[in-house]
Ligand binder design. Structure first.
Ligand SMILES: [Fe+2]
Ligand SMILES: [Fe+2]
Length: 324
């Protein structure tokens, strides 16, 4: 069990996501879209792209901590969107990279450049530096064509300090939990068959996206906030992992890529929706790689909790105190 410090509030800013919506009806105190919390016009609206990144601020007894979960697909978009949304990247003390995919780490080095600090923790998993393989139709395994993760030397040259988080770890003054590896806690969340990682002996071994980790906070009076990059390990397993590690049963908010798009995973949608509904979150924000069929199913099952994300949205759980 991890000693996660309860916070008064958390704010989450959608810095990179696949879609932008600036005119739809949204009348909630806890969610503000662009135009509702900052002045935006053609020059300052954030840009949508295939990828994911959020800036997270926690508020606890006057302390404020700022971290990033993921960095989007390309070098420029996170930094540009932060500028458009007037978010101060130099306040960032840690960057959590959820897993090894390019649409989550593409902005890492340029974000470190923008932060301009010598000691920014970069929460990684050792697998990220590996070589990945995919099984071809003829059965052979070939190296997967994907943008490589930055090298440890490149990260350190920009002030990043790699921190392995295969096991759970607390960051941000103990106000945020990186879950570590997420075991299968729902039998139908069977991962990604057909992917491999190169072993030390040069051969291939099955790779089940075990490097994917999530972020969790505990907001006093509300419950857990669970944030996930692609959710390849399964959103239900992820939420159950956060509950088990913290001892907090109530899940107030779930946000991120739930990875329910594509023919291999879409059969899981009904059971996933049922198990998420059983958690009864008050705020449910499936985005990025969740896919339209699953988004529809979540919206229909939980209309009071579901929010369709727009890049630029701001989410607030609890009451931020800003004296420090
Ligand atoms: Fe992914
Ligand atoms: Fe992704």
């Amino acid at each position: 069990m991890m000693n996660l410090r309860a916070v008064d509030a958390i704010e989450i800013f959608s810095l990179v996501d696949n879609s932008i919506e600036v005119i739809y009806h949204l009348d909630r105190d806890d969610v503000k879209r662009p135009n509702q919390w900052f002045e935006s016009d053609a020059q300052t609206l954030p840009l949508a792209d295939h990828g994911f990144a959020v800036l997270v601020r926690t508020y606890a007894g006057g302390d404020v901590h700022t971290v990033l979960l993921d960095t989007g697909p390309r070098p420029d978009i996170l930094v540009e969107n932060a500028r458009r949304m007037a978010l101060d990247l130099q306040a960032v003390e840690a960057i959590v990279i959820s897993h090894s995919h390019w649409d989550h780490h593409g902005g890492l080095l340029s974000v470190l450049d923008a932060i301009e600090k010598p000691d920014v923790s970069v929460l990684i998993h050792a697998n990220m530096f590996g070589v990945f393989g995919v099984r071809k139709k003829d059965g052979a395994i070939e190296v997967e064509a994907r943008a490589p993760f930055p090298t440890e030397a490149d990260i350190r040259a920009r002030g990043g300090v790699p921190v392995d988080s295969a096991a759970p770890v607390l960051i941000a003054g103990g106000t945020l939990l990186v879950t570590g590896e997420i075991p299968r806690l729902a039998d139908y969340e069977t991962g990604f068959p057909g992917r491999f990682i190169r072993a030390d002996d040069g051969g291939w071994q099955p790779y089940d996206m075990c490097d994917e980790r999530a972020l969790a906070a505990n907001v006093a009076g509300c419950g857990l906030v669970v944030l996930t990059g692609c959710g390849h390990r399964g959103i239900v397993s992820t939420a159950r992992r956060a509950r088990a590690l913290t001892g907090v049963d109530r899940v107030h908010m779930m946000m991120g890529g739930f990875h329910l798009a594509g023919e291999k995973v879409e059969p899981r949608i009904p059971q996933t929706v049922a198990d998420v509904a059983a958690l009864a979150p008050g705020l449910l924000v499936p985005c990025h790689c969740t896919g339209f069929p699953a988004m529809m199913a979540f919206a229909q099952a939980m209309p009071g909790a579901f929010v369709a994300n727009s890049v630029g949205n701001r989410y607030t759980v609890g009451a931020p105190r800003r004296e420090k």
